[in-house]
Design a protein around this ligand. Structure first.
Ligand code: ZN
Ligand code: ZN
Length: 248
């Protein structure tokens, strides 16, 4: 499963579980409109999202009033994803889903009335990420290219991805400070933002501060095929949990 389909699976669960509440929260009139518009925004045909919705509808404990097709038992991946995503409230999942859709649309040109922006062009990667990880979402990420074009990046995707992992690091698979009921994990850009200007969900991984520091300190490189950070040609750190990058 590629990153787009992984994200579409989260959206499909949301549409299946909360039905018209979800459709309305996203500003659509009906499920068909939601499926076609969202699919177009994330750059996919309608079929994947529609079929995934049907699969979630068909789960035996589904709260959806719809009848999905029940000719075969649901696949393990769908069952696992549903049981994980059921931990979230409607409001929490609405925030995550809205952000994933908005993020798929990419960055937008800077409007003349935009204020409260931070220019990233002169900063190093860790400084950029410090800003990307701020909990105050009013400061926006603005990047000025050499040609002088400025673009604004959606920062809420970082906040929402952290929510999706509930304080857990994608490498350790645990929340290192769970007993304090705190979330200290950070977003890391797989391809450095300073090089790629890519703030898409598919370029962001959520890490505990230790793994994050280590990856920068040893300049570990991410291998998306093997889902591992490597050094000297050896896989050192494998991704343990993943709900938005690729099949685990
Ligand atoms: Zn970790
Ligand atoms: Zn980083």
């Amino acid at each position: 499963m590629n990153a787009t389909n992984k994200v579409l699976s989260i959206i499909a669960f949301y549409l299946s579980e909360f039905d018209m509440d979800a459709v309305n929260a996203l500003g659509f009139k009906n499920r068909t409109e939601a499926i076609s518009t969202i699919s177009a925004k994330v750059g996919s045909g309608n079929n994947y999202l529609k079929l995934r919705c049907d699969e979630f509808d068909a789960l035996p404990d589904s709260s959806s009033s719809r009848r999905g097709w029940r000719n075969r038992p649901p696949i393990k991946e769908v069952v696992e994803m549903a049981s994980y995503l059921r931990q979230f409230s409607f409001a929490e999942l609405t925030g995550i889903v809205q952000s994933l859709i908005e993020n798929a649309e990419g960055s937008s040109p800077l409007e003349p009335e935009d204020h409260n922006t931070v220019s990233l062009a002169q900063m190093d990667e860790e400084e950029i990420e410090r800003i990307a990880n701020l909990s105050d979402e009013t400061a926006r990420l603005v990047y000025m290219s050499r040609a002088g074009n400025q673009r604004v990046y959606n920062r809420s995707i970082v906040t929402q991805l952290k929510k999706l992992y509930r304080g857990r690091c994608q490498i350790c698979g645990v929340n290192p400070v769970a007993e304090f009921d705190a979330d200290i994990c950070e977003a890391h850009h797989i391809k450095y933002f300073s090089d790629s200007q890519n703030n898409d969900a598919s370029n962001i991984i959520i890490l505990c501060p230790n793994h994050h520091r280590l990856i920068h300190k040893k300049t570990l490189v991410f291998d998306s095929e093997r889902m591992a950070f490597s050094a000297d040609g050896k896989d050192r750190l494998f991704v343990k949990i993943d709900y938005h990058l690729k099949r685990t």
